[in-house]
Ligand binder design. Structure first.
Ligand code: NAP
Length: 617
C-alpha cells in the first residue's frame, strides 16, 4: 500500500506512515502494588511544626546554595544522537507534500488524538497531523523507561475512556499501558490515516497574500494550511546538563526519554544523573538489575506515598453500567485545588460517593490572595515535615537519609510518589552520591567525577529533564510581520490571549502553552478545555464565514498583565530553584498560568462578546 494515496470517498489524502516497532525488548511495567503499610502511609506531622523564621531561613539557604547551578545544553551537533528515535524502525518512505489542507496539527500525543476526535465529530475532516515520532503517544511514545507510570490516577487521566469502552488495569497505569491505549484510540478513530509520522515541523510562516500558513518539515514538505494548532506538549525537548567532559565518556549513555533497550543493563555498574520524577520511578527498577547503582543527586525530590492498586472487579462492574463515569470523575478531579489532594485521588470523592474531598475550613472573613498564600505555605510546610519524617523512618543510613530530605515549599518542584524508591537506598549495591548544591561538574572516560573522585560506570543515564513550556517557540512560527513568536516574546515578554492566541499570528492556536489556563492537576483537563475552545472558534468562524481570526493587541496586553500579576502573588509558593520558574530566572507570567479559575472568566467574556478578536482583519 502506498504511503500517500487518495481516499476515493472523500478525495482527501490518506497516509500510511506509522513506523514499525524497533524491538520487542521495549516493554515494561509501572508501579507495583506494595503491601507493607509502613511504606504506604506517611508518618504524622511532627507535633508543633511551624514554618517559623528559622525554618524559612533554612529553605532560603537551601535555595541560594543552588542558585545558578542549573545549566543545560541542547542536544545539537555532537549530542544530536541522544535525540534519535530508538523505539521505531526508520521512517516510511513517502513523497514530499506541497498541497493544502484546512487544519494542520503539530503533535500526535493526547492533545492531537483528542483534537482529532473532536474535530471529526464537528465535521472538520480535512485535517493533517505532523508527528516527530514513529507512532502516536507523545510523552508516552518517548518516555519508556522501566517503572514509568502516570501519577494522575488513570481513571481521570486517560481521555475518551467511555468512547473506547476501556477501563485501565491499575489506579496509576503504567506508561506502557497508556501508550497501547493511545494506539487503540488512533486505530479506532481513524487517526493513523491522518498522520505524517517521523515528520518534524521546521518552519511555520504566515503568507498574508494567501491567508494561509506555510508549513515546512524535515521531510521536504512545504504544505499550506488555513489553521495551525500546536499540540506538541509542554515537556517535549529533552536536555542534558552542561558537564565538563560529557562527550568523552567511553561507556554506553542515553537520556531517559530515549531509553536504549539494546543496552543490556543486567549485572552492569550503572550511574544515573538526576533525581526528578523520572529518576524516582526508574531507580527502583534499575536497582533490580544492576550489579551496582550510583545515584548522582543535586536536589532531592519530595517522595510521597503512592499506594498503587489494581482496578477492582466491583469498579469494573459499576463503571460498565454507568454512562459517563469517567467524564464525571474527571470533572470532580478538576475541582480539587490542592496538588497533593489531587494526586492522592480519593476514590470515594472521585466516584461521587461523598460530596467533597476534605472538610473545608471556614474562615471568619474572606482571605486576601496574600493571606491564602501564607496559609498554603504553612500547610505545605507540615506536609514537607511528614515527607522528611518518612525518609528517616525508611532509610537506615543517617547520612543518606539526611541527603534525601528536601527543604523547599511542597509543590515548588514537581512532587513525586513512590513506595519502593526510599527502601532502594537500603540495598548494599545502591549508593547515593550527594553532589549538592552544584551538581555533577565533570565526567571522564571512566565515569562521573565528584569531589576529585572518579566513580567508574559501564552505563550512564541522564535523567536531566526537558525544556519547559517551549512548545510554541521551538516551532519557529513566523507571523504576519515576519517576526517569530520567539522574537516577539523575547522583545515584549510572553504575550498571548488565554495562552491560545498571540497577536500577529492569525489562525494559530497553541494548546497547553505558556499562559494557558483552564486546566487542573490533570493535564487531560487542560487539553480538553483548550480543545473545546479551539473547536468553538472553528465552528464560530464556519458559521460566520470568517477566513481569519486574530486577537487584538490591547486584549493580549491585558491578559499578559493579569498572568504576570497572578504569578507574582503566588510566587512564594514556588520559592525554590525549579524548572517551573525557569530555575528562578523566568519573568513573572511567562511560563505556566497561575490565575486559577480566572482563565475561565477571560474565556467566557471573550466567547460571549467576541470583542477581543479581529475577524478577517
Ligand atoms: P526534572 O524534573 O527536570 O529532573 C532533572 C533532574 O536532573 C533534577 O533532579 C536535577 O536536579 C538533575 N540535574 C540536572 N543537572 C544536574 C547535574 N549537573 N548534577 C546532578 N543532577 C542534575 O526531569 P524529569 O525527572 O525527567 O521530570 C520532568 C517532568 O516530567 C516531571 O517534573 C513531570 O512533570 C514529568 N514526569 C511525570 C511523570 C509521571 O507522571 N509519573 C514521570 C516522570 C516525569 P535539580 O533539581 O537540582 O535541578
Amino acid at each position: 500500500m502506498a504511503a500517500v494515496e487518495i481516499d476515493p470517498g472523500t478525495g482527501l489524502k490518506r497516509f500510511r506512515t506509522r513506523a514499525a516497532k524497533a524491538s520487542d525488548r521495549i516493554q515494561g511495567k509501572g508501579y507495583s502494588p506494595v503491601v507493607n503499610e509502613s511504606l504506604t502511609t506517611l508518618p504524622p506531622p511532627p507535633s508543633g511544626a511551624v514554618f517559623d523564621a528559622e525554618e524559612q531561613a533554612r529553605y532560603r539557604e537551601f535555595k541560594e546554595a543552588r542558585a545558578g547551578a542549573a545549566d543545560y545544553i541542547s542536544m545539537e551537533g555532537e549530542f544530536s544522537h541522544y535525540l534519535e528515535d530508538v523505539y521505531s524502525e526508520g521512517p516510511v518512505e513517502r513523497e514530499a507534500l506541497t498541497d493544502e489542507c484546512e487544519i494542520l496539527v503539530v503533535g500526535a500525543g493526547f492533545a492531537g488524538l483528542l483534537l482529532w476526535y473532536k474535530l471529526q465529530d464537528a465535521g472538520f475532516t480535512d485535517v493533517r497531523f505532523c508527528e516527530k515520532g514513529g507512532d502516536v503517544g507523545g510523552t508516552w511514545y518517548w518516555n519508556r523507561y522501566p517503572g514509568i507510570a502516570c501519577d494522575v490516577e488513570s481513571y481521570s487521566y486517560l481521555p475518551l475512556l467511555e468512547e473506547m469502552g476501556y477501563i485501565p488495569s491499575m489506579k496509576f497505569a503504567s506508561g506502557f499501558e497508556i501508550l497501547e491505549y493511545c494506539q487503540s484510540m488512533a486505530e479506532k478513530f481513524g487517526f493513523y490515516d491522518r498522520c505524517l509520522f517521523h515528520t518534524t515541523v521546521e518552519a511555520t510562516s504566515w503568507d498574508e497574500s494567501r491567508k494561509r500558513w506555510r508549513v515546512e518539515t524535515d521531510r521536504g514538505d512545504a504544505m499550506y494550511t488555513r489553521f495551525v494548532i500546536l499540540a506538541n506538549g509542554i515537556l517535549t525537548t529533552p536536555k542534558l546538563a552542561r558537564i565538563d567532559g560529557i562527550e568523552i565518556f567511553a561507556g554506553e549513555s542515553f537520556h531517559t526519554s530515549r531509553w536504549d533497550y539494546d543496552v543490556d543493563l543486567a549485572g552492569k555498574r550503572i550511574g544515573i544523573i538526576g533525581t526528578g520524577a523520572t529518576a524516582v520511578q526508574a531507580i527502583p527498577e534499575l536497582a533490580k538489575v544492576a550489579s551496582e547503582l550510583l545515584v548522582f543527586q543535586r536536589t532531592p525530590s519530595s517522595i510521597d506515598v503512592r499506594d498503587q492498586r489494581e482496578t477492582t472487579d466491583e469498579e469494573r462492574a459499576t463503571w460498565a453500567k454507568e454512562e459517563g463515569w469517567a467524564r464525571a470523575r474527571r470533572e470532580r478531579f478538576a475541582k480539587i485545588s490542592a496538588g497533593r489532594t489531587a494526586m492522592q485521588a480519593n476514590d470515594d470523592y472521585l466516584s461521587g460517593k461523598i460530596a467533597d474531598f476534605k472538610e473545608r475550613k471556614q474562615h471568619s472573613r474572606k482571605l486576601s490572595p496574600e493571606e491564602m498564600v501564607q496559609k498554603q505555605l504553612d500547610s505545605n510546610f507540615r506536609i514537607m515535615e511528614q515527607i522528611r519524617a518518612r525518609v528517616d523512618a525508611i532509610v537506615q543510613d543517617p547520612v543518606t537519609a539526611e541527603a534525601l530530605k528536601p527543604y523547599y515549599p511542597y509543590g515548588c518542584k514537581r512532587p513525586t510518589f513512590h513506595d519502593e524508591f526510599l527502601p532502594t537506598f537500603n540495598l548494599p549495591h545502591v549508593h547515593l552520591i550527594d553532589t549538592a548544591p552544584r551538581g555533577v561538574q565533570a565526567i571522564n572516560r571512566e565515569g562521573v567525577v565528584h569531589d576529585g573522585q572518579t566513580y567508574p560506570v559501564d552505563v550512564l543515564i541522564f535523567a536531566t529533564g526537558f525544556q519547559w513550556m517551549a512548545t510554541s517557540t521551538f516551532n519557529m512560527v513566523q507571523g504576519k510581520d515576519g517576526q517569530s513568536l520567539r522574537e516577539k516574546w523575547e522583545s515584549e515578554g510572553t504575550k498571548t490571549y488565554l495562552g491560545l492566541h498571540s497577536h500577529g499570528f492569525p489562525n494559530l492556536f497553541i494548546v497547553t502553552g505558556p499562559q494557558g489556563g483552564g486546566g487542573s492537576f490533570n493535564f487531560t483537563n487542560a487539553i480538553e478545555a483548550h480543545g473545546d475552545y479551539v473547536l468553538w472558534m472553528l465552528k464560530t468562524m464556519r458559521d460566520q464565514g470568517a477566513t481569519t481570526v486574530e486577537v487584538k493587541k490591547e486584549s493580549e496586553d491585558e491578559y499578559a498583565a493579569h498572568c504576570r500579576q497572578a504569578d507574582i502573588v503566588t510566587r512564594p509558593l514556588r520559592d525554590c530553584i525549579s524548572y517551573y520558574n525557569g530555575h528562578g530566572e523566568a519573568e513573572p507570567g511567562s511560563l505556566a498560568y497561575y490565575g486559577g479559575s480566572q482563565w475561565h472568566n477571560f474565556r467566557i467574556e471573550a466567547q460571549s462578546s467576541l470583542d477581543v478578536f479581529d475577524f478577517d482583519a
